[in-house]
Design a protein around this ligand. Structure first.
Ligand SMILES: Nc1ncnc2c1ncn2[C@@H]1O[C@H](COP(=O)(O)OP(=O)(O)OP(=O)(O)O)[C@@H](O)[C@H]1O
Ligand SMILES: [Mg+2]
Length: 214
C-alpha cells in the first residue's frame, strides 16, 4: 500500500497509509474502533479503491486491475470476519466446499481438500452440522478452514476474535499462527492488545486513519 488515501462520502477513512506485507509475514493491525482497520482490509481485497495512492495485492494493482479480474485476486485471499459470514442453510462441509465449487474444482478434489481443511482446524466429525449447531469458536475455525481450502497467499482476519472468550481467542490466534507457519501471510486486525502483545509479530497501529508502522 503506497501513500493510500480513502475518504468515505459521508465521513472519515484513512490518510496517506504506507506499508508492505511480505510473503509469509504475520502482521497485526491494531487501533481503536473507527480508526480504519476494516477500510484497509477492503482496500486490500479491492472492495474499495483509493482516491490517491496505489494498493498492490500480489500481482494485482488497484490502478490497473479490471473489474472482471477482481475474482481472480480474491481467490488468493482468505477472508475471516468477526461475525463469521457462514451460510446458515448449509452445513459445515458445504460452507467450506463452496469456494472450490465456485472455481470449478472437481468433486473428488473438493472432498479431499475440504476434509483436509476440516482436519487442520480440528472439526472432523462435525461436517453435517449447520452453523447454528456450532459454538462461536467452532464457527470461526470453520471460517479458517473455508479460507484455507483456497490455499490463499494471504489471510485477512478482521477482528476474528471479537466475539470469542479469552481462551478461545488465544486458541484461534495460535491456529492462525500455525497456518502462517506453513507459509501463508496473515494480516489480523484487532483492538485486543492483551491478546496480541508478546507474540513476536509485527504490529502496525492506526489511529484516526493514520498508520504508525512499527
Ligand atoms: N460505508 C461508510 N460510509 C461512511 N463512512 C464510513 C463507512 N465505513 C466506515 N466509515 C468511517 O470510516 C472510519 C474508519 O472505519 P473502519 O470501519 O475502517 O474502522 P475500524 O477500525 O474497522 O473500526 P472497528 O474496530 O469498529 O471495526 C470511521 O470513521 C467510519 O465511521
Ligand atoms: Mg472494523
Amino acid at each position: 500500500m503506497e501513500n493510500v488515501t480513502y475518504s468515505y462520502e459521508k465521513g472519515y477513512g484513512i490518510k496517506n497509509v504506507n506499508f508492505t506485507i511480505d510473503d509469509s509475514e504475520f502482521t497485526f493491525l491494531i487501533g481503536p474502533t473507527g480508526s480504519g482497520k476494516t477500510t484497509i482490509m477492503k482496500l486490500i481485497y479491492m472492495a474499495l479503491f483509493p482516491q490517491s495512492g496505489v494498493v498492490t495485492t500480489g500481482k494485482f494493482s488497484s490502478d490497473k486491475i479490471k473489474k472482471r479480474k477482481i475474482p481472480f485476486l480474491r481467490r488468493k485471499i482468505g477472508m475471516i470476519f468477526q461475525d463469521y459470514h457462514l451460510l446458515q442453510d448449509r452445513n459445515l462441509y458445504e460452507n467450506i466446499a463452496l469456494p472450490l465449487y465456485v472455481v470449478g474444482t472437481s468433486h473428488s478434489d473438493v472432498s479431499e481438500r475440504v476434509e483436509e481443511a476440516i482436519d487442520q482446524v480440528s472439526l472432523t466429525g462435525k461436517e453435517e452440522h449447520l452453523p447454528n449447531e456450532l459454538s462461536g469458536g467452532e464457527q470461526q475455525r470453520a471460517c479458517i478452514a473455508r479460507a484455507l481450502v483456497k490455499e490463499p497467499e494471504i489471510i485477512l482476519a478482521d477482528e476474528p476474535t471479537g466475539n470469542l472468550d479469552p481462551i478461545t481467542s488465544f486458541e484461534l490466534l495460535k491456529l492462525l499462527e500455525s497456518v502462517n507457519h506453513e507459509g501463508t501471510a496473515v494480516l489480523m486486525a484487532s483492538h485486543n492488545y492483551n491478546l496480541i502483545k508478546g507474540r513476536g509479530h509485527r504490529i502496525m497501529e492506526i489511529q484516526q486513519g493514520i498508520l504508525r508502522n512499527n
